[in-house]
Design a protein around this ligand. Structure first.
Ligand code: GTP
Ligand code: MG
Length: 196
């Protein structure tokens, strides 16, 4: 599977505006500013496929990308960010929840957390919910370049222990869009999800 051969399909405010619910979708979810859009750009080796920003809340729509017919990647709006009007926040939460609950083609979730601040309440909700829907999860501890190897590995081990009882389908890895830590593992896991 060539992740480099990706193209933008559409941005949608909610699932009603998404194209046909067929094939396989793998979505990137996580708190605002966790590095979802950056990880998608790194995986696909595109600088600006998904828009990134220093300002949390950059991704406000469900963004769909296609690798091959029936194989898509999804950049979701971040959760847990307060600096937007409440009405907008509720609207995003609703469309995010709808996407996660109703999208049949959703076959796997990449959940991203800053390696320095993992497993917040909203993250735990996402993980629990994923296990309800029995979706495989790859948990990426992002911005791993911010920690030296010792603390980085400790953090990975800590998070692995913390999620061990949530379900066997959670793979925890360190990741960095800056230094490419974990990119190969991400590509490998996604390739497996697309074929199975
Ligand atoms: P929203 O769309 O707002 O939910 O954010 P997002 O999760 O898509 O985060 P985004 O990829 O836009 O990155 C947020 C900020 O973190 C940007 O300033 C990025 O440059 C920075 N960032 C992302 N990944 C990394 C990383 O691996 N290492 C470092 N050092 N910074 C990163
Ligand atoms: Mg984003």
């Amino acid at each position: 599977l060539n992740f480099n051969k990706v193209h933008f399909v559409t941005s949608a405010p909610d699932i009603r505006h998404l194209p046909n619910d067929g094939g396989v979708e793998i979505a990137f979810a996580g708190r605002s500013n966790a590095g979802k859009s950056s990880a998608l750009n790194t995986l696909t080796k595109h600088k600006n496929l998904a828009r990134t920003s220093k300002t949390p809340g950059r991704t406000q729509l469900i963004n769909l990308f296609e690798l091959e017919p029936g194989k898509r990647l999804v950049d979701l709006p971040g959760y847990g960010y307060a600096q937007v009007p409440l009405e907008m926040k509720l609207k995003w939460q609703k469309s995010l929840a709808e996407y996660l609950q109703r999208r049949e083609s959703l076959k796997g979730l990449v959940i991203l957390m800053d390696i320095r601040h993992p497993l917040k309440d909203t993250d735990m909700n996402m993980l629990e919910w994923s296990s309800h829907r029995q979706l495989p999860v790859m948990l990426l501890l992002t911005k791993a370049d911010k920690l030296s190897p010792g603390p980085r590995n400790n953090q990975v081990i800590k998070v692995r222990q913390a999620v061990a009882n949530l379900g066997s389908q959670i793979q925890v890895e360190a990741f960095s869009s800056l230094t490419n830590i974990g990119v190969e593992k991400l590509a490998q896991t996604l390739t497996e999800w697309y074929v199975s």
